[in-house]
Design a protein around this ligand. Structure first.
Ligand code: ZN
Length: 172
């Protein structure tokens, strides 16, 4: 899956300016990791995912404010929620994640806080009776990504099952 570079840069530039007042101080390595992140809404991989699910007939609501973690996709009919997680921002243990080489304390605190929040949100959602699926960025893009059709098959199986959790990651 190839992403248009110009467009990705455009999204990410907006995204960075909102979250990091000192984006200019970020090393090229960190910057490229951030840019690959899909914490930003409406990035290409997430769009592909939800367009494909929609084509299969699944209906969802986007970025639901009232639920913990503001889930990317909520499928009320199936009592299911899907997050499309960026591997950098959500500290995934995969090839797309690397600890930044600069401002280490800052990043450690920030990314660890993100991970704690994710765990807390998952617990809250589960307690409220939601089933929660996570599709990782590395499944959707990068050198170990999987075929979109396979990812959608896996999501569809899960949505229509009564299993609580789903995690889709790269073939690494
Ligand atoms: Zn990953």
């Amino acid at each position: 899956m190839r992403l248009p570079h110009v467009q990705r840069f455009h999204h990410s530039a907006n995204f960075l300016s909102g979250i990091l007042p000192v984006a200019d101080n970020v090393s090229p390595e960190v910057r490229s990791q951030m840019m690959s992140g899909i914490r930003n809404r409406n990035t290409q991989p997430e769009l592909l995912l939800r367009t494909a699910l929609h084509r299969r007939g699944y209906r969802y609501r986007l970025n639901v404010q009232g639920l913990p973690g503001k889930p990317d996709m909520v499928l009320p009919k199936w009592r299911a929620i899907i997050f499309a997680n960026g591997c950098f921002w959500h500290r995934h243990d995969c090839h797309l994640f690397r600890w930044p080489g600069t401002r280490q304390a800052f990043w450690e605190e920030k990314l660890n806080a993100n991970a704690s929040r994710d765990a807390h949100n998952l617990e809250q959602l589960t307690k409220a009776g939601w089933r929660v699926g996570i599709v990782w960025e590395c499944a959707l893009r990068g050198k170990h990504s999987r075929k979109l059709e396979d990812i959608i098959d896996q999501c569809a199986d899960w949505i229509e099952s009564n299993r609580m959790g789903l995690e889709v990651r790269s073939n690494e």
